[in-house]
Design a protein around this ligand. Structure first.
Ligand SMILES: [Zn+2]
Length: 346
């Protein structure tokens, strides 16, 4: 794949994200600042199209023609106060007093009643469409905003995810994306709770340093990453709508990890869309273009969205995607299954 891409310098520059190696500007969270975005068409998987036009063949199980990789970053399992207040206001507006009580008083009943311990509900929804997904959990104590949760306290929930055949991966700490020791420690902590190896990764706030984060993740023993996407809009960050092995321009070598690029994150999509209709049109366009190239479109919907009523529209959009893609015959599955199918041959 790399040899073919190298034959076109523009495509190679896009694929490797050469401009991210020495960023002129970083945003407030230390991420690459995409000020040249008006020059790159974020809706165009140019590198993938180039590969398909030159004979790259892609197959999926059961002769499916494209795949949807469904993922959830579990940032919170207990609603922060700001969310509880928003939910309560929403209930009052709608005169829904039962949900009002549930949203505000769950703590009195016990931690187990948290509306954000909603993994079963999400899995049930996906199972209804023959789909599976990945859940990425936080295993660091260092967070710039607040304490999140201890994975040891929610062991039974993690086990349920595994038992049903969904994936548990690591949601790397805010400060960990460029820290090998921190990532190893978090991976080990999660593996101790699970009793099995962790394959998949995505960093909190999509913090990522090209190409160093890939190298560190490979060294820490992750098999795939799915951080590589835009944090402020939907689209293809390096023109790819297929999983790929990244290439390090500094060492002149392929990196031993599979990148399953992130294409649509709930927060970013709704931040750039003025309405539900616009968000759906944008998503549909990205699905259609991915399908036309036998690609894999990765979605990130945070679990909290499914436990708070003030994000009803976001849930509605997720369901619409599941409906649309199941009608189109997509393979809808977790990052781990995509990795297993794609293997090391990318
Ligand atoms: Zn996060």
């Amino acid at each position: 794949m790399h040899e073919l891409l190298k034959q076109n310098q523009d495509i190679w520059g896009l694929f490797t994200r050469k401009e991210e190696y020495s960023p002129r500007k970083l945003d407030e969270r230390g991420r690459f600042f995409f000020d040249g975005k008006n020059l790159v068409n974020t809706s165009d998987p140019e590198a993938s199209r180039y590969l398909i036009n030159r004979g790259m063949q892609v197959e999926f199980p059961e002769n499916k023609t494209f795949a949807v990789c469904l993922t959830h970053d579990v940032d919170d399992v207990y609603p922060p106060l700001s969310h509880s207040l928003l939910s309560s206001v929403h209930c009052l507006k709608n005169l829904d007093f039962r949900d009002f009580t549930a949203q505000l008083l769950w703590k009195l009943r016990g931690k187990e009643y948290s509306p954000y311990l909603n993994l079963s509900k999400i899995m049930d929804l996906e199972a209804g469409y023959g789909a599976k997904s990945s859940f990425y959990f936080i295993a660091t104590e260092a967070d710039p905003i607040r304490f999140r949760y201890d994975i040891e306290d929610i062991e039974s929930h993690l086990k349920e995810v595994l038992d049903r055949g969904w994936e548990v991966g690591l949601h790397g700490g805010y400060y960990s994306y460029n820290n090998l020791e921190a990532l190893k420690k978090e991976k080990k902590r999660l593996e101790t709770v699970l009793g099995k190896a962790v394959q998949g990764f995505r960093n909190h706030y999509l913090r990522f340093k090209t190409p160093d984060s890939w190298e560190i993740l490979a060294d820490a023993g992750f098999r795939y990453d799915s951080t590589f996407g835009y944090h402020d809009c939907a689209g293809f960050r390096n023109g790819m709508c297929h999983p790929f092995k990244p290439y390090n321009l500094n060492t002149g070598k392929e990196i031993d990890i599979l990148e399953i690029p992130l294409i649509v994150m709930d927060v970013a999509l709704f931040a750039e869309s003025k309405s539900f209709g616009e968000a759906w049109e944008r998503t549909k366009k990205l699905i259609d273009i991915t399908a036309s190239l036998n690609g894999v479109i990765t979605l990130l919907w945070h679990n909290f969205v499914f436990g708070c009523n003030f994000r009803d529209d976001w849930v509605r959009l997720y369901e619409k995607v599941l409906q649309y893609c199941s009608e189109r015959g997509a393979w809808m599955t977790s990052g781990e299954e995509i990795y297993r199918w794609w293997g090391d041959g990318a």
